[in-house]
Design a protein around this ligand. Structure first.
Ligand code: HEM
Length: 438
């Protein structure tokens, strides 16, 4: 059960006690091989016989597909949809909505913008009551993983029932909306409509796209954008550096002295958004490095053993491989003082990846690099740039009277990146509305 409760501690202890960093254990009947150390990363991230979705889904939900007819749980379809949504043409078309919504919801950083813009359902995003209700059900779904059911698949636990019901309610809510669209002929310009038009099949779109997209956008993007804001609030030096970059970009692209900041931002092209904010991106990378909790999983479905580098050891057919991002991200020989927020690690003439191959796992590596990365970087840029352009912010006491000392730390045992668990408060000051300087 430590595998689900204190996974990071368990893996770190096992790694330390093992001969070369690799050790294995059983979770129910599932055999898991934990790869440790830096040199076996290549095996983990580049072996093509490994399947990501089976590793992840089966250890998270208890489902198991047979080796003879492996199920990818919609992963290939999801990658295809996300790649199609991430092309420059589609991103440029949506930029106007992204900037519009970000301004509207600029203080609600964690949910509305990301859930609506590309991977959400307009009817839900535009109705505050329905949005909160849906997010509430999704939270229930996310938090009710039944560990006992995963270990003993025949056991129907209360958590399993809660998750089952939450999933059914989400499914029904989205299906109703799609049915209504079909009846009324109403079309929406967001991701769901694009996927629906291109791929058809309501059931497939909901099960294989919406559920995956909700997890990636609400959970992963929500966590990243929240932690990035918190780190910047706690680091006046980096907040100012990022703001200087934003001000400089705005000045460069202002076409008349009367144009206010938001108008300049509105008019910026995708190419400008994607090429102008290297300091902010270094802050995002540093945020992902520190907050990438959880474990990467793969399943060996090759029909034979997979060798682990030159160790002489193998991952047997049907077994799972695990890799803890902390093996890299918290290694002080790669990142000195690893818990310190220091984005300068990612700035400079040579990029970090060139100096230290395979040392940044924030977007994954090798064969399964995050397909949503371009989309997410754009979303996060737009949100944080608007914030920096318009407000100065810092951590504060709940009532906002005083500044608090330390920000909350990341619980490294979390099974996936999550927003801070302890409420974090900030106070902010609106910047001068108009200035031709920035
Ligand atoms: C800040 C937000 C995000 C972060 C930090 C992130 C990170 C990652 C990481 C680390 C992986 C590799 C997983 C592995 O190797 O096991 C991954 C894969 C993936 N991500 Fe993201 N992700 C984010 C948001 C998104 C979003 C919003 C989408 C889509 C809407 C998305 C779509 C995907 C897909 C499809 C894959 C699988 C790629 C493959 O298997 O080839 N991600 N992501």
């Amino acid at each position: 059960m430590r595998f689900y409760g204190k996974r990071r501690d368990m893996i770190v202890e096992g790694t330390v006690m093992s001969r070369n960093g690799t050790f294995s254990f059983l979770v129910g009947k599932r055999h898991i091989v934990s790869l440790g150390g830096l040199d076996v990363r290549k095996t983990f991230f580049e072996t093509k016989e490994f399947i990501v979705s089976q590793g992840f889904v089966e250890l998270l939900t208890g489902l198991v597909s047979s080796n003879e007819a492996p199920d990818d749980y919609g992963a290939a379809f999801f990658v295809k949809c996300v790649s199609s949504l991430s092309c420059a043409e589609k991103l440029s078309q949506k930029l106007i909505w992204l900037t519009f919504d970000t301004r509207r919801f600029s203080f609600d950083l964690t949910t509305k913008p990301t859930s609506k813009l590309y991977v959400g359902v307009t009817e839900i995003a535009e109705d505050d009551k329905m949005l909160l209700h849906t997010l509430h059900i999704f939270e229930k779904f996310k938090r009710s993983t039944s560990v006992a059911h995963i270990v003993f698949p025949w056991l129907i636990t209360p958590n399993y029932i809660v998750r089952f019901v939450a999933r059914a309610r989400l499914y029904t809510a989205i299906m109703k909306i799609l049915n209504k669209r079909d009846k009324t002929g109403k079309r929406e310009e967001y991701a769901l409509q694009c996927i629906y038009d291109e791929e058809g099949g309501r059931d497939k779109v909901i099960k294989k796209f919406i559920f995956n997209a909700l997890s990636s956008s609400v959970t992963m993007t929500g966590a990243a954008v929240t932690w990035l804001t918190v780190f910047l609030a706690n680091s006046p030096e980096w907040q100012e550096k990022c703001r200087a970059e934003v001000d400089c970009t705005i000045s460069k692209h202002r076409t008349s002295p009367k144009q206010v900041r938001d108008e300049v931002l509105d008019a910026m092209s995708l190419q400008i958004w994607e090429s102008s904010f290297s300091t902010l991106y270094a802050c995002l990378q540093e945020t992902l490095r520190i907050t990438s909790t959880g474990t990467f999983f793969r399943k060996n479905v090759s029909g034979g053993d997979i060798s682990i580098g030159s160790t002489g050891e193998v991952i047997p057919n049907g077994s799972y491989a695990a890799y803890l991002p902390d093996h890299v991200h918290m290694d002080s020989s790669i990142y000195s003082d690893p818990l310190k927020f220091d984005p300068s690690r990612f700035l400079g003439s040579t990029s970090f990846g060139e100096k230290e191959p395979h040392s940044f796992l924030g977007w994954g590596l090798g064969r399964h690099l995050c397909a949503g990365m371009r989309l997410v970087r754009l979303e996060i840029n737009v949100i944080i740039v608007h914030l920096l352009a318009n407000v100065e912010f810092e951590l504060s006491h709940k009532q906002g009277h005083t500044r608090v000392g330390e920000m909350s730390s990341v619980d490294r045992n979390m099974l996936r990146p999550e927003k801070p668990r302890i409420p974090t408060y900030m106070r902010y000051k609106i910047r001068d509305v108009e200035t031709t300087k920035a």
